[in-house]
Ligand binder design. Structure first.
Ligand SMILES: Nc1ncnc2c1ncn2[C@@H]1O[C@H](COP(=O)(O)OP(=O)(O)OP(=O)(O)O)[C@@H](O)[C@H]1O
Ligand SMILES: [Mg+2]
Length: 237
């Protein structure tokens, strides 16, 4: 088992007149590629944040690799999250942004002395693997949206996670850049057996890349099953 959500419910929200997440139960097994779908405000980002312990729960339990996730605990080292909007530091170069993914695991001393050489080598290797070797020392502000998203992926990968949660990694990208990012995720899934949960707004991309789709509506799961034929299923639903 990789991620297990048991009836998770967030505290009551007065503005929504309901909890943001309402009795969500799902199990995501190791090596699955899952698309998380739903309209704006359905609770997709909240669910990913809850899995990494960033959202308090009123009820229910989340287990990651069989250990219970809670807010007090430091973020589970095996889970990396790509936040909606990327969250890169625009003034820093691509490689410096990737190295920031290592900050959590360095001691204060190490970060004062600068990043160890082997981390720099690893960051370069990751950028190379994602097709960004030539952009490694460029300020990320000057990179295209698709390139920035791949820098964000490299930053997540430097932690060597078994699970990658990606919140809208292709929103705002053109068709080609979106495809590159999705192909990158597909490769990580196929070659390293990485467990991937990706928030998408496009049903056909979900069907093309993910085996399974979970659809949220108003904080509840309204569909959990194969992603093929999703456009037809949602229309019929
Ligand atoms: N910290 C918060 N405090 C109060 N309400 C919140 C908070 N975070 C999210 N919400 C509300 O919870 C609902 C779900 O938000 P969430 O960001 O999870 O949606 P989403 O499915 O990711 O939407 P989008 O597709 O727009 O990214 C929204 O109505 C949002 O306004
Ligand atoms: Mg969101």
């Amino acid at each position: 088992m990789t991620i297990e959500c048991e009836k998770i419910t967030t505290p009551y929200s007065a503005t929504l007149n309901r909890p943001i997440l309402n009795e969500i139960s799902c199990k995501i097994h190791q090596g699955e590629f899952v698309a998380l779908l739903g309209l704006n405000g359905a609770g997709k980002s909240s669910l990913l944040k809850a899995i990494v312990g960033l959202v308090p729960l009123a009820k229910g339990v989340i287990k990651v690799n069989n250990s219970v996730q809670n807010q007090q605990k430091k973020h589970h080292p095996d889970v990396a999250m790509l936040f909606q909007g990327g969250g890169l530091i625009r003034q820093l170069s691509a490689i410096e942004n990737v190295l920031c993914g290592k900050l959590g695991s360095l001691s204060a001393w190490q970060s004062l002395w600068g990043f160890p050489k082997h981390d720099r080598r690893l960051a370069l290797e990751l950028l190379d693997r994602l097709g960004l070797k030539d952009q490694a020392y460029q300020k990320t502000a000057y990179l295209s949206g698709g390139q920035q998203q791949r820098v964000a992926i490299a930053r997540a990968l430097i932690q060597n996670p078994g699970i990658l949660l990606a919140d809208e990694p292709i929103t705002g990208l053109d068709v080609l850049a979106a495809k590159q990012v999705m192909e990158t995720l597909a490769k990580l899934h196929a070659e390293q057996g990485m467990t991937i949960v990706v928030v998408l707004h496009d049903l056909s991309l979900a069907a093309a890349y993910a085996q399974r789709a979970i659809v949220l509506e108003a904080g509840q799961i309204i569909y959990d099953g194969i992603s093929q034929n999703l456009p037809e299923i949602m229309q019929a639903g």
